[in-house]
Ligand binder design. Structure first.
Ligand SMILES: Nc1ncnc2c1ncn2[C@@H]1O[C@H](COP(=O)(O)OP(=O)(O)OP(=O)(O)O)[C@@H](O)[C@H]1O
Length: 414
């Protein structure tokens, strides 16, 4: 049997593969891909998953099979990807486009999926579109990089790798001071004492003890489904599981009358999915200033001082030349940087960054990591960086690792 072509395409974040993928799905492949003419394809991507989650939320429709009919939205990233892959394979496609297939996945799930794709490649054409070169399939036979809307071919993965490394790096610079000194809220900002959480029979967290103090830089790390989001939601006020537990936030015991609004005032929060909640008609200056007011949009006229502060932040993240553009006109990497700066601008007592580097290419990841390290060093804010794996170049002082056990995940400092 002739071996099937297997394709790796590197995508810098300033390019969008959407039109290219759409032409494949319309059975009308672009030049060079005529072997896919009239072939049936499907797309394994976060966008496909988001579409299913959106349908589930809006219309209660959800064609993916999930254990015990669990809502897709409440599943961990690994569980969601497994459900999506099973569903797509049931459609018996001739080829599959995989957009950043390992994003959100921990090392073990990534290795498992890699082996699975290798097996699948023996019977199906796989087209991998990646923004991190380390994710390239070792079994690929063709290599490309998006250059604007065109594909530039390479003869080997080494040649492609070399090309990616040669693309220009952007440098983060100084962190602007806050407009006002942040409020003093005592030494301990977050304190969990023997916190356990279950959903029905599923035990998620087991007797977690954790204290985050003023100015500390933490990395919260754990494999998919280990309960990182569950733990965070008890801080941000987005989970009812915090009630009846011994949790102190900003020196007050949880459940003693504090409003979610009061808690959010002390928080800066960013998660990658937030970039899609903004319609994005505001310009970059206004987007940043809204972060000072904990608002989605800007409803009051900004002061001169606020505008100057926003300009300084835009210089820091290299977006000053685009200051008058609308947020929606930015590429995904630029959006992430802007939203991270927006969470930082008021120097909140506690800054939480939940998987901020997911989906970013190598260059933007480095820039984001530089920005976060510098902010942690120069500001008085405590910082919790959350991810399912170690992030290259990140320099947290403390690490809380969640390790799943049958009683729920146990937490270990160090
Ligand atoms: N509302 C819910 N109902 C049922 N199960 C839930 C609910 N919320 C979370 N879970 C389950 O709790 C477990 C932990 O999920 P959580 O999202 O906290 O993990 P995570 O470490 O953040 O994972 P990931 O890195 O994949 O995002 C998962 O098995 C998930 O399915």
């Amino acid at each position: 049997m002739a071996t099937l072509p297997q394709i790796t395409i590197y995508r810098p974040l300033e390019t969008s593969p959407d039109d290219w993928v759409a032409s494949l799905m319309a059975k009308n492949p672009p030049e060079g891909f005529h072997f896919l003419h009239q072939k049936k394809g499907c797309v394994f991507s976060m966008a496909t998953l988001d579409k299913y989650i959106d349908n589930e939320e809006r219309y209660g429709i959800q064609p993916l099979e999930t254990p015990n009919d669990q809502a897709l939205k409440t599943m961990s990233s690994g569980e969601q990807k497994k459900a999506l892959l099973t569903h797509l394979l049931q459609m018996e496609p001739d080829f599959m486009v995989l957009v950043d297939p390992y994003d959100n996945l921990d090392t073990i799930s990534t290795e498992r999926l890699k082996r699975y794709f290798h097996e699948l490649s023996k019977t199906m054409i796989l087209i991998q579109i990646i923004s991190r070169i380390t994710a390239a399939f070792h079994f690929s036979t063709q290599f490309y990089a998006f250059h604007h809307t065109l594909l530039q071919p390479f003869t080997s993965v080494q040649e492609l790798h070399h090309y990616v490394l040669s693309t220009k790096n952007i440098q983060a610079i100084t962190i602007p001071d806050p407009l006002f000194s942040p409020k003093t809220l005592g030494e301990e900002l977050v304190s969990f004492h023997k916190v356990s959480v279950s959903f029905g029979n599923k035990k998620v967290l087991h007797q977690v003890d954790w204290t985050v103090k003023h100015g500390e830089f933490w990395h919260l790390v754990g494999p998919n489904g280990s309960g990182k989001s569950t733990l965070l939601q008890m801080i941000t006020g987005d989970s009812t599981k915090a009630y009846g537990q011994e949790i102190y936030l900003f020196n007050k015991q949880k459940g003693t009358g504090e409003s979610v609004w009061e808690i959010k005032k002390h928080l800066g929060y960013f998660t990658a999915s937030m970039t899609t909640t903004f319609r994005g008609y505001d310009n970059l200056i206004h987007m940043l200033i809204a972060g000072l007011h904990d608002a989605i949009g800007l409803y009051v006229k900004p002061t001169e001082t606020e505008i100057r502060l926003a300009m300084s932040w835009l210089r820091t993240i290299g977006l000053y030349p685009k200051r008058e553009q609308q947020f929606r006109q930015l590429n995904e990497g630029e959006k992430r940087l802007l939203m991270t700066a927006r969470a930082m601008i008021k120097h909140p007592p506690l800054l939480i960054l939940d998987e901020p580097a997911i989906g970013l290419d190598d260059r933007y990841t480095k820039l984001l990591v530089d920005l976060i390290n510098t902010f942690a060093e120069k500001s008085k804010s405590a910082l919790i960086y959350v991810s399912h794996k170690q992030e290259k170049g990140l320099t947290p002082k403390y690490r809380l690792t969640l390790t799943p056990t049958p009683q729920g995940s146990k937490a270990k400092v160090g």
